[in-house]
Design a protein around this ligand. Sequence first.
Ligand code: MN
Length: 272
Amino acid sequence: MGQLTRRNFICGPVALFPTVLLASARRVGAQLPSPASAGPADPKLIEDLVAANRILVDQGVLDGYGHVSVRHDRAPDRYLMSRSIAPELVTAADVMEYDLDSSPVDPRGRSMYLERFIHGEIYRARPDVLAIVHHHSPSVIPFGVTGAALRPVYHMAAFLGEGVPVFEIRQAAGMTDLLVRNGPLGRALAQTLGPRNAVLMRGHGAVVVGPTIVHAVARSVYMESNARLQAQAMALGNVTYLDPEEARRADAAVSGTYDRPWELWKRKALSR
Ligand code: MN
């Protein structure tokens, strides 16, 4: 089924129709078989995923919306994410398993995030990505709607040094409700992200990826800080951004130390 969907998409715009029909069939409740479970994930991974939800709210990246996922540690074609609830309320019992078509394993009637296709399609396109955050963090929104490029103004956001593209959903699908609510939209977003660490979504938010959940969370927190600081700097005058070579070196220096803020953020978030 996933193969068929993918082939249709690759064949070009005309071939999108079968995909659209399939999506309609899903909406009206056609019973597609649930994928079998890849087996239990490492409990530490689930624990980190729950902590990530709480941290991202505590740090002002997520509110009642947005989501974070991790790739299954034993099955690269599966990922783990909460059922559709506010991130601050997520517990281990809320975590569901999905395949890369973002079809749920054993859904048991639980509601699912409409935009889960962001996760499935990026995991499919990027074997190096093991965790993904989708957020509507307020300070990043202006950079998606003005043409002002989001660029690193300090070393903690050096991971932005390779540039942050903007996903224009109108280019992919014309007039929409701005939600990435199916596989083709998720694939278009993954294509705009390319090999980079983050992508802005015009009029909506952003997606941040990482090689671990700690990276994805820390990058999300520092993306928000950088956006706020960059807007302040731009209001003051000409901004000197990190040189791409400085960004490369600073990212190498900083990214191995994210465990330090993670432990702090986790203690604070879980004590509330
Ligand atoms: Mn969203």
